[in-house]
Design a protein around this ligand. Structure first.
Ligand code: FAD
Length: 413
C-alpha cells in the first residue's frame, strides 16, 4: 500500500484507468468518456491489433444466446450501442441478417437456444425439418430429427472496426490513450490504484482490467487461455461465394449447427460486396476437443494443417459439399475460458477499486459495448442496467453451470 499521495488535493491522474483496449476495454473507455469521466486507456499493442482475441474481420451476433438467458438483455443493449457507435463514427458495426441454429430437437444447440429464448422472452421461430431442408439447400447430411431455430436478430459484428470506433470516439470525448505501452503492475493504494506502464506510474480512483487472454497475469482467478484459430473457405466454384451465390451471406447467414455425429460447427457466408470482403467463415465448437490451453505470451502463432483443421475440413466436407474443405485462410486467435464458461465481470474479492472483465469463453464480442457499459457502471458506482450476478468474479464454481444443464460446452461464436 502507498499512501504517499493521499493528502495532495488531486492525487489521481484520472478517475478510471482502463488496462487493455481490446473488445471489452475499448468499449469501457468509450462508455466512461461518454459520462465525462477523466479516463486513460492503456494498450500493449496498437488499436485493433491481431495478437489477442479480437481480430479476423467478423464475429457472430445473436440475441437468443444459448450460453445463458441473462445474456439476452446484454445482447439487446449491445445491439443499440453498436448502432449508436456506428452512426457516430460513420460506419456499419452490426449487420442483422438473421441466423439459424440447427440440430436435433434435444441437442444442445437447439434445446439450449429454445431454453434461452423461453427464459429470456426473446423472439425466435422454429423451422420444422422439411422447411429447414427446403430453405437451406447448401446444407447436406441433415439428421432425420434436425430442426432449426431462426434468431431474427442475429447477424455479423466487426471486431477490428468495433475496437477502433470505440477508441476513436472515446478520444474525441476526451479520453487519453496510450498505445504500445505494456502495463507491468496494478497495485491497490489508499482510495485508488497505481498502474505502472511504460516507465510511468499512473494513479486513479478505479481501474478496469480488461486483459483478455493476459488476465491471469494480473488477476487471481481460474481463467485459462485457449488457442482457437479462425478459418475461411471458398466455394468449389467461384460463383458460390459471389453475390447471389449459395454461400453468399444473404443465402448462407449466421449459423450454429450440431451435426448428426455431434460435431458442432458455427459460421456465416461470404461477403464480397465491399472493401471489407471475406470468404465463408466456419469454425468448430470448442467441445469437439480440437483446441489446447495456452499462455498468451507464448501461444503458437503457426497454423498446422493436420492438428488445426483436419477435423474441421472433414466436417465441412460432410456438411457443406459445395465448399472446398481445405481452408483458404487461417489465423491463430485465443479465447479465455472460465470454469463455467460464463464471463467474469465485477469487483474481484469485492474490492470497489478494481473492476475485472475477463473469461470471454468464446462468445464475448457481440456483447462488447454493453459489457463496456456495465464496466463503466461498476467503475462509477452506478446500478448495472441488468442482473450480472451470474458473471460475479467471486461466484462459486461447484462444477456445474447453466451450460451443463443444456449439455453445452463453450461455443466460439
Ligand atoms: C475463434 C474465435 C471465434 C469467436 N467467435 C465469436 C463470435 O462469433 N461471436 C462473439 O460474440 N464472440 C466470439 N469470439 C469471442 C470474442 O472474440 C471475445 O469474446 C472477445 O474478442 C474478447 O475480448 P477481450 O477484450 O476479452 O480480449 P482482447 O480483445 O484480446 O483484449 C485484451 C487486450 O489487453 C491487451 N493487453 C494484454 N496485456 C497487456 C498489458 N500488460 N498491458 C496493456 N495491455 C495489455 C491486449 O493487447 C488486448 O488488446 C470468438 C473468439 C475466437 C477466438
Amino acid at each position: 500500500m502507498n499512501d504517499a499521495t493521499a493528502s495532495s488535493p488531486d492525487p489521481f491522474d484520472a478517475d478510471v484507468i482502463v488496462v487493455g483496449l481490446g473488445a471489452w476495454g475499448a468499449q469501457a473507455l468509450w462508455r466512461l468518456a461518454e459520462r465525462g469521466r477523466r479516463v486513460i486507456g492503456i494498450e500493449r499493442f496498437g488499436i485493433g491489433h491481431g495478437m489477442g482475441s479480437t481480430h479476423g474481420a467478423t464475429r457472430l451476433f445473436r440475441i437468443a444466446c444459448m450460453e445463458h438467458p441473462g445474456l439476452a438483455p446484454i445482447a439487446t443493449r449491445a445491439r443499440d450501442l453498436w448502432y449508436d457507435l456506428g452512426e457516430r463514427t460513420g460506419q456499419t458495426l452490426l449487420r442483422q441478417t438473421g441466423g439459424i441454429m440447427i440440430g436435433p430437437r434435444d441437442g444442445h444447440v437447439v434445446a439450449g437456444t429454445l431454453r434461452a429464448v423461453e427464459e429470456a422472452g426473446v423472439e425466435a421461430t422454429v423451422l420444422e425439418h422439411d422447411e429447414l431442408v427446403a430453405r437451406f439447400p447448401q446444407y447436406a447430411g441433415f439428421g432425420a430429427d434436425d430442426i432449426g431455430v431462426w434468431d431474427p436478430a442475429a447477424g455479423i459484428s466487426y471486431p477490428e472496426k468495433g475496437v477502433r470506433a470505440a477508441v476513436d470516439l472515446a478520444r474525441s470525448l476526451g479520453a487519453e490513450v496510450l498505445t504500445d505501452t505494456r502495463v507491468t503492475a496494478i497495485d491497490p493504494i489508499s482510495g485508488g490504484v497505481e498502474v505502472t506502464a511504460g516507465g510511468r506510474v499512473l494513479r486513479a480512483a478505479r481501474v478496469v482490467v480488461a486483459l483478455g487472454a493476459w488476465t491471469p497475469q494480473f488477476v487471481d482467478h481460474p481463467l485459462v487461455a485457449r488457442r482457437t484459430p479462425l478459418f475461411w473457405f471458398e466455394g468449389d466454384e467461384a460463383e458460390a461465394t459471389a453475390p447471389g451465390g449459395d454461400f453468399d451471406l444473404a443465402a448462407f447467414p449466421v449459423f450454429i449447427r450440431q451435426l448428426p455425429d455431434g460435431t458442432t460447427l458455427w459460421g456465416h457466408g461470404a461477403d464480397r460486396t465491399d472493401g471489407d470482403g471475406y470468404a465463408v467463415k466456419i469454425g468448430l465448437e470448442d467441445s469437439n476437443g480440437a483446441f489446447e490451453d495456452t499462455e498468451a505470451d507464448t501461444v503458437d502463432r503457426y497454423i498446422h494443417p493436420s492438428s488445426d483443421y483436419g477435423m474441421l475440413s472433414a466436417a465441412v466436407a460432410r456438411a457443406f459439399p459445395g465448399l472446398d474443405p481445405t481452408p483458404a485462410k487461417a489465423i491463430p486467435c485465443m479465447v479465455t475460458n472460465s470454469p463455467d464458461r460464463q464471463f467474469v465481470i465485477g469487483h474481484p474479492a469485492g474490492d470497489p477499486r478494481i473492476v475485472v472483465a475477463g473469461g470471454d469463453s468464446g462468445h464475448g464480442f457481440k456483447h462488447a459495448p454493453a459489457i463496456g457499459e456495465l464496466l463503466a457502471q461498476l467503475a462509477t458506482d452506478e446500478q448495472p442496467f441488468t442482473d450480472i450476478e451470474f458473471m460475479n468474479p467471486d461466484r462459486d464454481y461447484d462444477g456445474t453451470s447453466w451450460l451443463d444443464e443444456t449439455e453445452h460446452v463453450a461455443v466460439a461464436s
